[in-house]
Design a protein around this ligand. Structure first.
Ligand SMILES: [Zn+2]
Ligand SMILES: [Zn+2]
Length: 213
């Protein structure tokens, strides 16, 4: 049984998720902690729950989602996994940070690429990778059909969708991926987005004003 813990980090209010089960093995998703306080908050939770980090995963490599990867890699000694199509965003992260008015130089490249259909195993649990570009190239979602949970990064939000005005953004592609790969999941599937509160597939199929059928 997977337990999900959410932290919200940095000025972009990125959700960092910890997924772990009864074995204490844990996956970190979008490690976005930026300053010392945020790093300590994350580290303290991991230590006090005796969690064993098996992998660090980026839903996509936008700079606000990867700020804590250097810290996480060196502290937890786990491999970083991401889709290969998002590599350019790691290269341009220092320049993007500068554009947003902060300094960032600690770029970390994936140890292993993940793609559609891959399974991320930890403890007694597993997550299935969906490839869902449209907000940014290399965007992935992590799905557990048994428990009906999905981590979606910036693909889908409660009553909204990811921006498509940034490099590699493509509204039609995003819309298509949401309809084909997310809105076909059971209504009760709980959606954990990269920003803001959780929602369900059923709620978004009913109410999301940005997805066109
Ligand atoms: Zn993004
Ligand atoms: Zn974001």
């Amino acid at each position: 049984m997977i337990t999900i813990e959410k932290f919200t980090f940095n000025s972009f209010q990125v959700n960092t998720y910890l997924l772990y089960d009864e074995t204490k093995e844990c996956i970190l998703v979008d490690v976005a902690c930026q300053d010392q306080n945020e790093r300590e908050e994350l580290h303290a939770f991991i230590k006090s729950n005796n969690l064993i980090i098996k992998a660090i995963i980026n839903t996509h490599n936008h700079v606000d989602h990867i700020l804590g990867n250097g810290f996480a890699k060196s502290t937890f000694e786990a491999p970083l996994l991401a889709h290969k199509d998002g590599e350019q965003f790691i290269r341009t992260a220092p320049a993007s940070a500068q554009m947003f008015g902060f300094a960032f130089s600690e770029t970390v490249y994936p140890d292993r690429y993940i793609d559609e259909g891959d399974k991320i195993e930890f403890g007694n649990s597993s997550l299935e990778v969906l490839h869902t570009p449209g907000h940014a190239d290399g965007s992935i979602c992590l799905h557990n059909p048994k428990q009906k949970i999905i981590i979606v990064g910036d693909v889908l939000f409660r009553d909204s969708i990811g921006r498509t005005d940034l490099p590699t953004g493509d509204y039609d592609l995003l819309n298509e991926n949401i309809k084909k790969k997310l809105f076909t999941l059971p209504d009760e599937t709980v959606v954990y987005p990269g920003h803001g509160p959780a929602t369900t597939i059923g709620e978004e199929v009913m109410n999301n004003p940005f997805v066109k059928f």
